[in-house]
Design a protein around this ligand. Structure first.
Ligand code: B16
Ligand code: MG
Length: 216
């Protein structure tokens, strides 16, 4: 029986992917680094550092550690400008309902986000107090696709891995959930999430009954 729902933040509760993109793009343009919308998709769910490494690609050798820090903090300041404008209305359709349904089934709720800004976003959405545990980009050393963030979160809930389901929009998040030994629920297209235990096109489509049945 499922006793914990571990939810990803960016892409499941709210859609900040566009804010991340616009912030990376603005930084890249100022620095003469090439970065196009097509390249944004593969950044989904990856840590800030891993994202920058992918954006720089082969040019990475041209940048010192200090330079990389500068680029990341520049991007982050642009991102923080964006999320400062968020409020309750920025929940993805179906996210609130999914949280309520998990509650009705007596499950604990948690957030497992790669983002160091997760707490600010949750505050602005007004849902911080809805979660028994919040793990973010500061919680563990190894980011997704490592299982560490999910295991850390289950631990905070006091639950073993097999009692937790994970809802994720990113390939790397599904990888991590599978490695953690949890029920991996994907939200998004098949080509990105075909390795999930079960997949829905969007958060609105997530059917908890179907997930529970799959688990039995
Ligand atoms: P930050 P999630 C992830 O959040 C985002 O999907 C990813 O695009 C971002 O690079 C990462 O957080 C780090 O964010 O720069 O704010 O620390 O999907 O795991 O909730
Ligand atoms: Mg995500």
């Amino acid at each position: 029986e499922m006793e914990g729902a571990i939810l990803d933040l960016d892409g499941v509760i709210t859609d900040t992917a566009e804010f991340h993109f616009l912030s990376w793009k603005r930084m890249a343009e100022e620095e003469g680094i090439e970065f196009e919308r097509e390249d944004n998709e593969k950044l989904r769910g990856l840590s800030r550092r891993h994202s920058l490494e992918l954006i720089l690609g082969e040019r990475i050798d041209e940048f010192s550690e200090d330079e990389m820090e500068r680029l990341m903090s520049k991007k982050n300041s642009y991102y923080q400008e964006r999320i400062a404008e968020m409020d309750e209305d920025d929940m993805l359709p179906g996210a609130r309902e999914l949280m309520e349904e998990c509650r009705e089934r007596g499950m604990q709720l948690a957030i497992a986000s790669a983002s160091k800004n997760a707490r600010i976003v949750l505050e602005n959405l007004g849902i911080t107090s809805e979660f028994e545990a919040i793990s973010d980009g500061y919680s563990v050393k190894n980011p997704k696709p490592a299982p560490d963030l999910f295991l850390h979160t289950a631990d905070k809930l006091g639950l073993s891995a097999e009692k937790c389901l994970v809802v994720e929009d990113a390939e790397s998040g599904i990888d991590g959930a599978l490695k953690a030994g949890m029920m991996a629920v994907g939200v998004g297209p098949e080509d990105r999430l075909d390795h999930a235990h079960i997949r829905f096109d969007s958060v609105e489509d997530v059917d908890l009954d179907e997930i529970i049945e799959r688990d039995e």
